[in-house]
Ligand binder design. Sequence first.
Ligand code: DAH
Length: 340
Amino acid sequence: MGVARLDEVRAAFLEDLGQAGKDASAVEAVRVKYAGRRSGLLLDLTAALRDLPKEERRDYGRALNDLKQDIGKCLDEAREASISGAAAPQDMVDISLPGMALTRGAEHPVNLVRRKIEEIFLRMGYDVEAGPEIEDDWHNFEALNIPSDHPARDDHDTFYVTGDRLLRTHTSPVQARVMENRKPPIRIIVPGKVYRRDSDLRHSPMFHQIEGLLVDEGISFGNLKATLETFLHALFSGHGVDVRFRPSYFPFTEPSAEVDITCIFCGGSGCAVCSRSGWIEILGSGMVDPRVFERVGIDSERYTGFAFGLGLDRVAMLMYGIPDLRQLFSGDQRLTRQFA
Ligand code: DAH
C-alpha cells in the first residue's frame, strides 16, 4: 500500500485508456473501472487512507488527489476525442464518392488594375502609402487649398460623419498627411477607396482612386510629363496609345493638366466610347501649388513637385470593357469569374 500503489494504478490506467483508443464504449468501461461511483478503484484507494500509519497519510492524500485529477482530465479528453461505435469513420466516409469541387477564386478587376499600376511605380522607385477613409476637413480640403467657401467643394458631394469628419472624397489628403510627416524627397502612390454622394452608370458612392506625389529639389513639369507618359504607355502597353496634356484647374496644383490617351476602342478615329473625340480622359495632374507646401510645412522655395490622381474603376472598365461601373461592386460572380 501507500504511494507506490498509486503509481501502479496510474500506470495501469494509462495502459487501459491507451487500449480503449477512440472507441467511446471502451473509454466508458475504463471510466467505470477507475472512477465509477460505486466500485471504482479510486474509491478503494480513498478508503485505504484510513489504514495507513499517521505519518504516511499526508503524502498519500496529496498523491491521491493528484491522481484523481489526472484521471478525470484524461477521461474528459478521451471522451471528447472518442467516436461512438454507430458513427465510426468507416461508416461515415465513402471514399469511393467523387470529391467536392472547389470553385476557383478570381481577383477583382479593380485589384488587377491597382496591382498593375503599383508594379509600374514600384519599378520607378515609388512607395505605396495608405491613409484613413474617415478623414478630417483639414486634410481632405483645407491643406489642399480648398477652403470652406471654395466652389471646388461643390464637386465633392461629401458624406459628412460629424461636423469635422467626413468620408474622404479623394485620395489627395494622403499627400498632405505624408508631407506633414516626412521630408523630401518623397515619391509615393496611394491607392484607396473614396466616397461621394453619387450613383449612376458612371458613378458609385464608393469608388477607387490612386494618387501620386513626387517632391524633391528641381522637379519640373518636364518630369511630370515624362513620368506620366512612361506610366500610361506601360499601363496600356499593347494598345499603342498616344498621350496628350490639356490645361486644367485643380486647387492644389498650379499649373494643372488633364491627361488623355487615344481611345483604345477605336484607336483615335472616334467611336461611342470616346464620344467621337478619339480621346479618353484618364487622369488629373499638376505641379504642387506652393500654398499646399506651406500648409504642410515644406519649404516651397527649395522644393517643387508634381501630383496626379486617377480613377481605378474607370481604368478597369476601359481595360476590360465593363459598361456599367456599378457592376464592379454588385458582388455578381459572373463578372469576377471571367478573371479566374
Ligand atoms: N483629387 C482629384 C479628384 O478627385 C484628382 C487629382 C487631380 C489628384 C489632380 C491630383 C491632381 O493629385 O494633381 O478629382
